[in-house]
Design a protein around this ligand. Structure first.
Ligand code: PLP
Length: 392
C-alpha cells in the first residue's frame, strides 16, 4: 500500500480493534489499576521485562491509543499525552534542562508560555533569551554555549509569525541545542515539524485536534527515547497525566481533523482575502496571503493550507475593534481556537494581558489587534456577520 494520506491516518491510526471484544471503536478504559496474574509476573511488570499496564498515571490503553494516533499524524516514533497544552509545553521545555542552562525562545509566543518562561524557569536558575525566530541571524546571536533548547512557536500567537523550522534546526543542532516546536496553530494536518528537523513537536490538543471545544489536553511527539524521558519526568513524576476520558474525546476529534482543518483553512483564506481588500481594515496577517512576511517559508513548510487563524486591525484602532467585537452575532466572543465554531479574541485585553506592554509590542500585538479562529460554518454566513459588525 502507498503511504496513506493524513485523512486516512487520522481515521485509522492507533485504533486497532479491542482484542477482548472486537469493538472497532477503542473502548474507554477508566480503571486506575490493572490486575496481575501472580507474584512472578507482577515483579516482571515492575522490572519492565514483561509488557503490560500497572497504573493509569504510568500508562492507560485509551491514552496510548490516542498517543499512537498523534504519533502517526506527526510522522513520529512516539507521542506522550499530558493533562493540558501547558503541561505539554512545560514538560517539553524542561525535560532536559538543569539549573544554569539557557533557552532561546520565539519573541512571539502564547502568553502563558511566555509567563511560564519569565516567572517559573527563572526560579530554577534557567535563563531565557527571546529572539525573533523568523530572523535566523537573531537566533544565531541569541544562542550561547550553554543553550540547551531553542523553543519555537510557528505559526505564532497572535500575528501568525512564521519561523523556518528547517533553518533553525540546522543552526541549533550545529551549536549543540535541541529544537522544540509548538505547532498548535498548524495542527498535524498543516505541518510536520519533525520532518523538518525539529526534535520535539508540541500541541495544545484542546485546539484543532479536539476541534469541538470540549476537552483540555496536550501532546508531545518525538523519538522513542525523548518520549520515554518525557513520560518519566512530566507524566509519572510531575503527575500531569491525561485522563482516559479526555484521550477518548480527543481521539474522536482527531479522526475528523483533516476534514475540519481543510474546510477551516479554505474559509480562512477567503475571509483573509476579503478583509485585506476591505477599506475598513488597516492590516491583515494570514500566512496564506502573499503580503504576510512569512508567506514564502509557510508555503515551503506547511501543507494542505495555512490554518484557521487570522489576525487583523480594524481601521479606527481599539474603539473600532471593540465595536466589531460587541456586534458579531454568529461569531463567538471567546478565547481558544481550532474549534468548529468561529471565535473572536482581542489579545491585548485578554490572552496577552499578562505580557508586559513592551514585550507585547515587540511581538507585534497592537492594542487594536483582533484574532479570528475560523470554524467550519459557511463562509458567506461568516462574512455577513463580520461585514455587518464592521458597518458604522
Ligand atoms: N500553545 C499555544 C500556541 C496555545 O495557544 C495554547 C492555549 O491557547 C497553549 C499552548 C496552552 O494550551 P492549553 O490551554 O491546552 O493548556
Amino acid at each position: 500500500m502507498t503511504k496513506p494520506h493524513p485523512a486516512t491516518v487520522a481515521v485509522h491510526a492507533g485504533d486497532e480493534p479491542d482484542p477482548a471484544t472486537g469493538a472497532i471503536e477503542p473502548p474507554l478504559v477508566l480503571s486506575s489499576a490493572y490486575a496481575f496474574e501472580d507474584a512472578a509476573r507482577t515483579a516482571a511488570r515492575f522490572a519492565g521485562t514483561e509488557e503490560g499496564f500497572i497504573y493509569t498515571r504510568w500508562g492507560n490503553p485509551t491514552v496510548e491509543s490516542f498517543e499512537r494516533k498523534i504519533a502517526a499524524l506527526e510522522g513520529a516514533e512516539a507521542a506522550v499525552a499530558l493533562a493540558s497544552g501547558m503541561a505539554a509545553v512545560h514538560g517539553a521545555i524542561t525535560v532536559d534542562l538543569r539549573a544554569g542552562d539557557h533557552v532561546v525562545a520565539s519573541a512571539s509566543l502564547y502568553a502563558e508560555t511566555a509567563r511560564m518562561m519569565r516567572d517559573r524557569l527563572s526560579r530554577f536558575g534557567i535563563e531565557v533569551t527571546y529572539a525573533d525566530t523568523a530572523d535566523l541571524d537573531a537566533v544565531g546571536s541569541a544562542v550561547r554555549e550553554h543553550t540547551r533548547v531553542v523553543w519555537v512557536e510557528t505559526p505564532a500567537n497572535p500575528v501568525l509569525t512564521i519561523t523556518d523550522i528547517r533553518a533553525v534546526a540546522e543552526l541549533a543542532h550545529a551549536r549543540g541545542a535541541s529544537v522544540a516546536v509548538d505547532s498548535t496553530f498548524a495542527t498535524p494536518y498543516h505541518q510536520q515539524p519533525l520532518a523538518l528537523g525539529a526534535d520535539l513537536v508540541v500541541h495544545s490538543a484542546t485546539k484543532g485536534i479536539c476541534g469541538h471545544g470540549d476537552a483540555i489536553g496536550g501532546v508531545v511527539a518525538g523519538s522513542i527515547d525523548a518520549c520515554r524521558r518525557l513520560r518519566a519526568d512530566a507524566v509519572r513524576a510531575s503527575g500531569a497525566a491525561m485522563s482516559p476520558f479526555t484521550a477518548w474525546v480527543l481521539a474522536r476529534g482527531a479522526r475528523t481533523l483533516p476534514l475540519r482543518a481543510e474546510r477551516a483553512s479554505t474559509t480562512a483564506l477567503e475571509l483573509a482575502r476579503r478583509l485585506e481588500a476591505d477599506p475598513r481594515i488597516d492590516r491583515v496577517w494570514y500566512p496564506g496571503l502573499s503580503s504576510h512576511p512569512g508567506h514564502e517559508v509557510a508555503r515551503r513548510q506547511m501543507r494542505n493550507g495555512f490554518g484557521a487563524l487570522i489576525a487583523f486591525e480594524v481601521r479606527g484602532g481599539v474603539e473600532a475593534g471593540q465595536r466589531l467585537y460587541d456586534r458579531v452575532r454568529l461569531v463567538a466572543r471567546a478565547v481558544s481556537l481550532g474549534d468548529v465554531r468561529t471565535l473572536l479574541t482581542h489579545p491585548a485585553s485578554t490572552t496577552h494581558v499578562s505580557m508586559p506592554p513592551e514585550q507585547r509590542r515587540a511581538a507585534g500585538i497592537s492594542d487594536g489587534l483582533m484574532r479570528l479562529s475560523v470554524g467550519i460554518e459557511h463562509v458567506e454566513d461568516l462574512w455577513s456577520d463580520l461585514d455587518e459588525g464592521l458597518c458604522r
